[in-house]
Design a protein around this ligand. Structure first.
Ligand SMILES: Cc1cc2nc3c(=O)[nH]c(=O)nc-3n(C[C@H](O)[C@H](O)[C@H](O)COP(=O)(O)O)c2cc1C
Length: 185
């Protein structure tokens, strides 16, 4: 028997999701925000979506810059996710305060995180309203990856990299490489 829940204020039964840290820059100040609500949307053209609440600093910055980066973290960088995800750029300069190391993107002005094992450079293409979040659709112009973390087809190698997964609230976990299966029907 399953319990039926109709009070959906803590509607987070879909986790774990990978943590992406979304960056955007206006003038010379970059800001980053942890983002668990994200999804690939299309291979051709390559489109990637992120869901951002209107009150985030990131919402204003992406709306103005019309571009963003999406940065995937390893488990060891869990503190970075907590910092970028529990403090707002409206109040503090997170990059400066936490000495976040950045490297340049190739196609856009917004930098990527040095710590990321994979990072997307996206140009804003569309914005859709989804309740209390907005779906920013980015066209992926380039992907920067640590080569050793993926095989030739771009499949993540869990023996090389432990992706940071989010469980909701302030809980995180990663994958167990011993459970890896390559299965065909
Ligand atoms: C792991 C994690 C995932 C999060 N995912 C999202 C998300 O998908 N969308 C969102 O709007 N906020 C999300 N948040 C909340 C923002 O990251 C948080 O409010 C952040 O302080 C916003 O920063 P900003 O105001 O500088 O943009 C998440 C927080 C954490 C810790």
């Amino acid at each position: 028997m399953k319990k039926v829940i109709t009070d959906l204020r803590t509607f987070q039964y879909f986790y774990p999701y990978t943590v992406a840290v979304v960056g955007a820059q206006v003038k010379d100040r970059a800001n980053f925000m942890s983002c668990a609500w994200h999804t690939a949307l299309s291979f051709d053209p390559p489109l990637f979506g992120i869901l951002v609440a209107k009150k985030r600093r990131t919402y204003d910055l992406i709306s103005e810059a019309k571009e963003f980066t999406v940065n995937f973290l390893v488990q060891e960088d869990v503190a970075l996710s907590a910092q970028m995800g529990r403090i707002s750029g409206h109040d503090r300069d997170k990059v400066k305060e936490f000495q976040v190391e950045l490297s340049p993107a190739v196609h856009i002005r917004t930098p990527v995180l040095d710590a990321a094992y994979a990072a997307f450079e996206c140009r804003l293409r569309d914005i859709y309203s989804c309740g209390d979040h907005e779906l920013f659709v980015g066209e992926v112009l380039a992907v920067q990856v640590r080569e050793e973390c993926f095989d030739r087809q771009g499949v993540l190698d869990p023996r090389q990299v432990k992706p940071l997964l989010y469980l909701g609230s302030d809980f995180y976990i990663t994958v167990d490489p011993d459970t890896l299966e390559h299965k065909l029907p």
